[in-house]
Design a protein around this ligand. Structure first.
Ligand code: CTP
Length: 399
């Protein structure tokens, strides 16, 4: 299953470095190509000879070979790898990774790597619990790197607690699942909407909402990372994204047109945008002055894009909507699911603390056409996106 996959294993100075031997062996047995990079101190814990014999490649430690001056390019290494796994990751290396310090080949390679990076901490209980280490771990996760958390048990110091390097078999399993997932949307065209819409009142004012776009962008990133071809129609947001066909729009009408243009070639449509339900009947050409004693603005409904797409939907297309509710959440979401002809709906309730527009977290339930309801914990929007795409893939596979 890992045949031909290029795996860069970074080994740092931790007692658990001996487990890197098993890890390299397991990956080689699975058919992967393994390149080991060690920190200079790691070779006090495990010999480069063993690791190079098992990986069939010289282990790299220094940026250049002092005997012949041959250069070990961290950039080439970073480009070569499909994934990088730092295992064991010592407290010292974690701290440097979290802060962009590059004082050895392993760290320079980490900074240059464009591939997904996994890190598996291993250290003594108190070092692991230390706020400095915990903050570094949190920072690395927030920066998009993947934690393979340590397990609890007896540590080299004799203490018992969390800090043991995760078992090599489990690390292998996590990486296999990663590669399996990586392609599960391969060949699928996915249309995603994100962010708010702004409905102009006059040249300087608009009716809008607090949507940051983070949920839709997180879904788009997850879909891309799993092989999907993503078209992202976004309202006004302050977010960046690579590797998608991004169409920026301002108002509901523009979002509708962009969706219509891209709808027919989409296999999957996920409407995460917070589209305005009403728009001013007239947008004033000049700025409205404040001399009026009373001002009212007449509004008309916008097109319900999701409903329109539900009407146009072919049997082969999958349509996913969102519902943001404050009352009778489940009932309202179920009725939107049916009314708008969706395959499933993602419900977030404003009653849940930490859910909705203003947070980086969300708490969702997913309701499908068979009335199955799946409730999820409060999570980062990045992790919520993983749950939504997992559900999507499960749905595709069961149809
Ligand atoms: N939506 C849309 N076009 C609109 C309004 C909403 O496509 N003009 C989509 C949203 O992207 C979301 C879903 O409809 O996927 C539900 O949005 P929500 O605001 O919860 O519900 P509404 O259908 O607008 O109903 P209401 O505001 O009455 O709850």
């Amino acid at each position: 299953m890992l045949k031909g996959k290029k795996i860069l294993i970074g080994v740092t100075a931790s007692i658990a470095a001996y487990k890197a031997i098993y890890l390299v062996r397991l990956f080689i047995k699975e058919g992967a190509e393994v390149q080991v990079v060690m920190t200079p101190n790691a070779k006090d814990f495990v010999t480069p000879l063993t690791l190079s014999a098992l990986s069939n490649r010289p282990v790299l430690i220094e940026p250049f070979n002092p005997d012949d001056g041959e250069w070990n390019s961290h950039v080439d290494l970073g480009n070569w790898a499909d994934i990088m796994i730092v295992a064991p990751a010592s407290a010292n290396t974690l701290a440097k990774m979290a802060n962009g310090i590059a004082d050895n080949l392993l760290l320079a390679t980490f900074l240059a790597a464009k591939c997904p990076v996994f890190f598996a901490p291993a250290m003594d209980l108190d070092m692991y619990k230390h706020p400095a280490t915990q903050n570094n771990v949190k920072k690395l996760i927030a920066d998009g790197f993947n934690l393979i958390d340590s397990s609890a048990g007896e540590l080299a110091s004799g203490l018992v607690g969390q800090g043991r390097l995760q078992e090599p078999e489990i690390i292998l399993q996590i990486i296999k699942e990663f590669f399996a997932k990586k392609n599960d949307l391969k060949g699928k065209n996915i249309l995603i909407t994100a962010g708010p819409t702004y409905e102009n009142i006059d040249p300087v004012r608009f009716i809008g909402n607090y949507s940051s776009g983070l949920m839709g962008f997180s879904i788009a990133k997850e879909a891309v990372s799993r092989g999907g071809n993503v078209t992202l129609v976004s309202g006004p947001v302050n977010l960046n994204i690579d590797s998608v066909n991004r169409i920026d729009v301002v108002n509901a009408d523009q979002m509708y047109n962009a969706c219509l243009e891209n709808y027919s070639k989409a296999d999957i449509i996920i409407m995460a945008a917070a589209v305005a339900d009403y728009t001013p009947i007239n947008c004033e050409n000049s700025k409205i002055k404040k001399y009026k004693s009373k001002l009212s603005i007449d509004l008309k409904p916008t097109v319900d894009i999701l409903s329109k797409l539900g009407e146009l939907k072919s049997d082969k297309q999958i349509l996913v909507g969102f519902a943001l509710e404050t009352d009778n959440e489940i009932e309202n979401a179920k009725s939107k699911l049916k009314k708008k002809n969706l395959d499933f709906i993602v419900l977030n309730s404003l009653k849940d603390k930490g859910a909705g527009f203003k947070y980086d977290t969300n708490k969702i339930s997913i309701i499908d056409i068979n009335d199955n309801i799946q409730n999820f914990e409060l999570k980062s929007k990045k992790d919520v996106a993983v749950d939504i795409i997992d559900k999507l893939v499960e749905y595709i596979n069961s149809h």
